[in-house]
Design a protein. Structure first.
Length: 294
């Protein structure tokens, strides 16, 4: 109990650690969270892009090459880093989603950093962290992380039940996105699957006193803020002015070029990729597995 009233606005983000559109949307979604600050309660829903019961590809190398081309096309729209070579397609989103969900018990900063490292394993290094061993390697050096507690929680029944609920919630999309068509590159209509539909990733729901708005797919920041204000007209004004890039890099520890339109701050360490650089803070560069041998 904090004594503070609960925020009137809830933001629900449907995502997956290995979705390239979600990875490319991180700069805008980070800015949205900064703009809303404590005026909104944020909840992530892990949609399970790669499920456990899917048949393995008959030719894993060909599958990786095909999906790597898809990631390249998405990166061309989003400006997000991409790997020179995707070494494999994630066998399942479950292990990474369980780890990301379990990390929330260790606080929002740790949870953000864990999810970011999991994304970077695929979209920077090209080696998606889809097993417990790969997850442990990807999360080495995350500040404040209790790796032993995370591994135990990720293997627990309550966390698996939570991610199972997330998966089910993702497969019960609101009717306004079922059959939705629009201009590209990613309008966000619900995806048809064997037993119905699921939300496209990312999709955000905004719930407030004035109702609910759904914003699917690849969208600009202004559209998210407009949806937030439509359902919660009493939101305070967004902060004025551009955040200090050095302070942002200290906070986030890694940032992409779309987040740094004027270039990285002094001291940033660049990890070069064919889709553009990932900029690390000096503290992150000292422990990042991205700078170690594969």
């Amino acid at each position: 109990m904090t004594g503070r009233p609960e925020p009137a606005l809830e933001v629900v983000e449907f995502t997956d650690p290995f979705c390239p559109w979600a990875w490319g949307s991180e700069p805008v979604l980070r800015a949205l969270r900064r703009s809303l600050g404590g005026a909104a309660a944020h909840r992530r829903v892990f949609g399970i892009l790669f499920d456990e019961d899917e048949e393995p590809a008959p030719d894993p190398d060909a599958e990786a090459a095909w999906y790597g081309e898809f990631v390249t096309r998405v990166s061309g729209h989003t400006g997000a880093p991409r790997p020179a070579r995707l070494r494999w397609v994630a066998a399942s989103s479950w292990p990474a989603s369980l780890a990301a969900a379990a990390a929330e018990a260790q606080g929002p900063r740790v949870a953000e950093r864990v999810l970011r490292r999991l994304r970077e394993s695929m979209f920077v290094r090209g080696e998606p962290a889809d097993t417990t061993e790969r997850i442990a390697a990807a999360l080495r050096g995350v500040p404040g992380l209790d790796a032993v507690a995370l591994a135990g929680a990720a293997a627990s029944a309550p966390v698996r039940e939570r991610v199972a609920r997330d998966r089910a919630e993702t497969r019960a999309p609101r009717p306004e996105v079922v059959g939705l068509h629009g201009p590209g590159p990613h309008p966000g209509g619900a995806k048809e699957i064997a037993d119905g539909h699921r939300y496209a990733l990312p999709t955000l729901l905004f719930r407030g006193p004035a109702g609910c708005r759904v914003v699917p797919g690849w969208r600009p920041a202004a559209e998210y803020l407009a949806a937030a204000r439509a359902v919660c007209p009493q939101l305070p004004a967004a902060p004025v002015g551009r955040p200090d890039p050095a302070e942002l890099l200290r906070r986030h520890r890694s940032m992409t070029a779309p987040e740094l339109p004027d270039g990285p701050p002094p001291g940033a360490v660049a990890v070069e990729t064919p889709g553009g650089p990932l900029h690390l803070s000096p503290e992150e560069a000292a422990v990042s597995p991205l700078l170690s041998a594969s």
